[in-house]
Design a protein around this ligand. Structure first.
Ligand SMILES: [Zn+2]
Length: 264
């Protein structure tokens, strides 16, 4: 994505880069709290950076559809009170990601790999899981602390806040959240999708499709070493679905293909 390199370049100039972020253990963080209002504000700033550099897909039917499916899983998530925004970006990279405060993005190339609504719900539920578990706000805290700019995260310095957020977005897009949080989001994604009535097996099915479609290319931030392999994610999901007796029947292939017809 063009966006990453722009953000990365500006972040690297001012800061020591992503490496410093990864080295900070969560346990070492001082306990300063970021409330919902502030988290939403940080997410809004991040979303503005995203759409300033990557075009939003101009198709009201598809956008409204993705928002509807996303809202269906968000409503049954562990954080239903946030307002979630699900936005399609035009990008050749198959990707989806979540910013703090409920700003979720999915790319046109990822939508082209998905074959039904249950898979879309699974992907959006995974991203919603990152938001519900406050994964990205934790990354922002880590980034701010690693860079010695905690005050900036509290909104006292708009310029530094932008840099920290940019750095975190870059890390998210290049590396995901790391192994544990990705498994956690998969687990939450399967639960939310099931609660919304969808067949949870469509999430591992989608991961398989993604791997076949992308081969050795990065797909849904799956290539980096600290991200679980697609095969391991599928294995964990299948075990969770079987052992937890997760069951839903909705697949919605027709509705999905109708709403995203212009993409094909
Ligand atoms: Zn993820």
């Amino acid at each position: 994505m063009r966006l990453f390199w722009g953000v990365l370049a500006s972040a690297t100039l001012a800061l020591s880069g992503c490496g410093a972020v990864a080295q900070v253990a969560v346990g070492a963080l001082p306990a300063f709290l970021i409330g919902d209002a502030q988290e939403i504000e940080l997410g809004k700033q991040g979303a503005a950076q995203v759409i300033a550099t990557t075009p939003v897909y101009q198709d009201n039917t598809a956008q409204a559809y993705v928002q509807t499916v996303g809202t269906a899983v968000a409503t049954v998530s562990d954080r239903p009170d946030l307002h979630y925004y699900y936005t399609i970006l035009v990008d050749p990279e198959p990707n989806a990601f979540a910013l703090p405060g409920g700003f979720v993005f999915i790319t046109t190339s990822l939508l082209k790999i998905i074959t039904n609504e249950a898979q879309l719900a699974g992907v959006l539920a995974h991203e919603t899981g990152h938001v519900a578990a406050r994964h990205s706000i934790q990354l922002i805290r880590q980034a701010a602390i690693a860079q010695g700019v905690e005050a900036a995260v509290l909104g006292q310095n708009a310029g530094q806040t932008q840099i920290v957020i940019g750095n975190v977005i870059t890390q998210l897009l290049l590396k995901g959240y790391g192994r544990d949080k990705e498994y956690d989001a998969d687990r939450l994604g399967a639960i939310y999708a099931t609660r919304a009535g969808y067949d949870p097996n469509q999430l591992p099915t989608f991961l398989d499709l993604l791997e076949r479609a992308t081969g050795s290319q990065p797909g849904w931030v799956s290539l980096l070493a600290d991200h679980p392999s697609t095969a391991d994610r599928i294995k964990a999901l299948v075990a969770q679905i079987t052992n937890g007796h997760l069951a839903g029947s909705k697949e919605g292939a027709d509705a999905f293909l109708r709403a995203t017809a212009a993409l094909r």
